[in-house]
Write a protein that binds this ligand. Structure first.
Ligand code: CTP
Length: 471
C-alpha cells in the first residue's frame, strides 16, 4: 500500500503545524481514495488543537490568500483553493442525541476521532508530523477492509448508525460505488436501525440516492436499500413494484427486478442521471394500473400516463429538482412504450413523424430507454425486438432527414393565423392551428410556408371565416 502524499499542501501543513507545535493528520475520504487510486480533491485534516488558527495560517501562504470559513459550532474551518477543498477540524469525541443528528462535540485524541467515523475504510489517517510523517495510522483494520472490499463500522454498528443514520445509506452507496460488500454484522445493524433514517433530512438522503443512481451498477444499491427496508421510508412506490401475483396459473413479471435490470442496462450505456431516473420511473404506475382478465391475462393499461403524472409528486417529496430535468423524466415515462409499439405495426411515416414531434431532441434517449426495456430471458425474443427497434431507428433517421420534424414549429404561427382572419385568440384559431400541425405530421401537406398558408385559409373558410389580411 502506498502512502506517499503528492500535493504541496501536505508539506505546508507539516511546516506550519511544526511552528505551532500541533499534531495534524490527513484523515477520511482522501486517504481512502488515495489508497484506491481514485481522484479526490477534498482533503480533511484532523488537528490536536485549534483548527481555525491553523487554517488561518495556512491560508496566508496559499496563492491569493483564500478566505477561511469558520464553523464555530462544529469546530471546523474550510478553505477553497484552486479546485481543492481543505477542511480542518479539531480531533473530537462525538455523541449524538437520539432525536437529532446534531452532535454534542467534545475535544478528543486522534483515536477518539477515528472511532467516531463511519467505516474502517474512512477512519484511516496519515501523519503530517515530523517524527512519523507519511505513516498510515490504521487502528481498525481499514487497509485490510480496503483490500478485501469490505464496508465495516469501526465500532458497534448500532452506535455508529444510531449516531448518524445517514451512514446506513452511505454504507450502501460505498458498496455500490466501489463494488464492496457490507460486513455481516454491519448489515444486520442497518436492518435493526433502518427506521432511524426518518430523522435524516431529505436533502441528505437524496444526495446519497443520486450517488447510487450514478454508480456503475445501481441495482446493487437498490437491492440493498430494498432488503434492509430503508427504501420503504423514502420511496415506497418503488417497493410496491416488487412481487408477482398469479391468477389462473398466469403470473406477471416482478416489476422491481425488471426496473433494476432496465436501470443497469441504461447505466451501461449512459451517464445521464435523468435518463437513469427515467428508467427507475418508467413502470412506477404498474402496481396501480394492474388488472387481470381471462382474455388478455395481466394488463397495465395507461401505466405510462399515470406514471408520468406520479413523477412530480415523487420528485417533490425526494427534493429532486422540479425543473427541466423533471419534465424530461415525465416525458420519457409518458413515451416509453411508443418506439416498441411502432415495431408491432407497419411503420408509417406519419407515426414516425408524430413520435419525432413528441420526443423532439430527446428521441435518441427514448430509443435507448426502449432498447434497455427489453429484458426477456428468451434471447430470440430480445433479438427480434432489438432488430425491429433498429428498423424504427433507421426509419426515424430517414423521416428526419426528409421532413425535419424533430423540433417542429409550424411554418405559420398562431399570430399569423389571427392576423389572416382578423381575429383575437379564439376556438377557431385553435382548431386551425391544430389541424395544420396534424396535416403536416400526417404528411397531408409538405412542411413549408406556402402550403401551410393555403391549408390554413382553406380550413378557416370551412369554419366560416373570411381572409382579411393576406400578404
Ligand atoms: N463521515 C462520517 N459520517 C458521515 C459522513 C462523514 O463518519 N455521515 C466521516 C468519514 O470519515 C468520511 C469523512 O467524514 O470519510 C468525510 O466525509 P465526506 O467528505 O462527506 O465523505 P467522503 O468519505 O470523503 O466520501 P464522498 O466524498 O464520496 O462522500
Amino acid at each position: 500500500m502506498k502512502t506517499a502524499l503528492g500535493h504541496e499542501i501536505f508539506q505546508l501543513v507539516r511546516e506550519i503545524s511544526r511552528t505551532m507545535d500541533m499534531k495534524v493528520y490527513v484523515v477520511g475520504g482522501y486517504v481512502r481514495d488515495h489508497l484506491l487510486d481514485r481522484p479526490c480533491t477534498d482533503v480533511d485534516f484532523v488537528c490536536i488543537g485549534d483548527a481555525s488558527v491553523l487554517a488561518e495560517k495556512i491560508s496566508e501562504r496559499l496563492p491569493g490568500k483564500p478566505k477561511v470559513s469558520i464553523f464555530k459550532n462544529f469546530g471546523t474551518a474550510h478553505i477553497h483553493s484552486s479546485d481543492w477543498d481543505f477542511e480542518f477540524v479539531g480531533a473530537r469525541k462525538e455523541s449524538y442525541r437520539s432525536d437529532s443528528r446534531k452532535p454534542d462535540v467534545e475535544p478528543g485524541s486522534l483515536e477518539d476521532d477515528q472511532l467516531r467515523r463511519d467505516f474502517t475504510i474512512n477512519a484511516l489517517a496519515i501523519s503530517l508530523n515530523d517524527n512519523d510523517y507519511g505513516v498510515l495510522i490504521d487502528p481498525f483494520g481499514g487497509v485490510k477492509d480496503l483490500e478485501n472490499g469490505m464496508i465495516r463500522t469501526p465500532t458497534d454498528p448500532d452506535i455508529t448508525f444510531s449516531d448518524d443514520p445517514l451512514r446506513m445509506m452511505r454504507a450502501i452507496r460505498f458498496a455500490c460505488q466501489l463494488g464492496f460488500h457490507i460486513d455481516e454484522n454491519t448489515y444486520a445493524g442497518i436492518r435493526r436501525q433502518a427506521e432511524r433514517i426518518e430523522i435524516v433530512s431529505t436533502e441528505r438522503i437524496k444526495d446519497e440516492l443520486n450517488k447510487i443512481v450514478a454508480a456503475p451498477k445501481p441495482s446493487i444499491g437498490f437491492k440493498l436499500l430494498f432488503n434492509t427496508h430503508l427504501l420503504d421510508h423514502f420511496f415506497p412506490e418503488m417497493v410496491e413494484l416488487q412481487g408477482v401475483e398469479e391468477r389462473n396459473g398466469i403470473g406477471h413479471k416482478d416489476n422491481f427486478y425488471h426496473t433494476l435490470q432496465v436501470l443497469d442496462n441504461v447505466a451501461e450505456l449512459s451517464d445521464n442521471l435523468w435518463l437513469r431516473w427515467s428508467a427507475i420511473m418508467h413502470d412506477i404506475a404498474k402496481p396501480r394500473t394492474k388488472d387481470f382478465n381471462d382474455k388478455d391475462g395481466w394488463t397495465f393499461h395507461g401505466h405510462e400516463f399515470v406514471g408520468s403524472k406520479m413523477v412530480k409528486r415523487i420528485f417533490r417529496r425526494l427534493k429532486l429538482p422540479l425543473n427541466e430535468h423533471m419534465k424530461y423524466v415525465e416525458k420519457m415515462v409518458l413515451l416509453h412504450l411508443r418506439p416498441i409499439a411502432l415495431t408491432k405495426e407497419v411503420v408509417t411515416d406519419s407515426a414516425v413523424r408524430r413520435l419525432l414531434f413528441d420526443a423532439g431532441d430527446d428521441i435518441d434517449d427514448l430509443l435507448l430507454l426502449s432498447r434497455c426495456d427489453i429484458t426477456s430471458k428468451n434471447e430470440r425474443k430480445v433479438k427480434y425486438y432489438l432488430q425491429n427497434l433498429d428498423k424504427v431507428q433507421q426509419k426515424i433517421i430517414d423521416v428526419e432527414e426528409r421532413d425535419r420534424v424533430r423540433n417542429f414549429q409550424p411554418p405559420v404561427t398562431g399570430d399569423e393565423i389571427m392576423e389572416l382572419f382578423g381575429l383575437k385568440p379564439s376556438r377557431e384559431i385553435g382548431i386551425i392551428k391544430n389541424s395544420l400541425k396534424d396535416a403536416i405530421l400526417e404528411g397531408i401537406i409538405p412542411n413549408n410556408r406556402e402550403e401551410a398558408l393555403k391549408f390554413a385559409i382553406e380550413r378557416g373558410r370551412e369554419l366560416g371565416l373570411k381572409v382579411v389580411n393576406y400578404s
